[in-house]
Design a protein around this ligand. Structure first.
Ligand code: SF4
Ligand code: F3S
Length: 107
């Protein structure tokens, strides 16, 4: 099992999640984070930290977010680790209200 960062993170990237991960499983892209499934230990402590509720256990993913399982796994192979909180993206508040934004990452 693993936890998965979903569409809500895109162009928000609040990064509150990384502060609590005990194994530094988060990886940072330009406009989103993902979780490396090989590092995640399924502790679930990151879930309530995300202001836009972007993080789900893999088996609890809403059906329209299932594509993000593979997206997390693939991107985690090429992106660097992020282990410290940083400021959210400048337009995060506006993007937090946008539901359909996967096109921003080519999905
Ligand atoms: Fe890290 Fe736990 Fe979240 Fe996995 S579930 S990414 S181990 S905080
Ligand atoms: Fe993204 Fe939420 Fe973390 S917006 S960076 S999953 S706190």
């Amino acid at each position: 099992m693993t936890f998965v960062v979903t569409e809500a993170c895109i162009r928000c990237k609040y990064t509150d999640c990384v502060a609590v991960c005990p194994v530094d499983a988060f990886r940072e892209g330009g406009t989103f984070l993902v979780i490396d499934p090989d590092d995640c230990i399924d502790c679930a402590v990151c879930v309530p930290e995300c202001p836009v509720e972007a993080i789900y256990a893999k088996e609890d993913l809403p059906r329209n977010q299932e594509v993000f399982t593979a997206f997390n796994a693939e991107q985690a192979k090429v992106l660097p680790t992020i282990s410290r909180v940083k400021p959210a993206l400048p337009d995060a508040e506006a993007w937090a209200k946008v539901r359909d934004k996967r096109g921003e990452v080519g999905l």
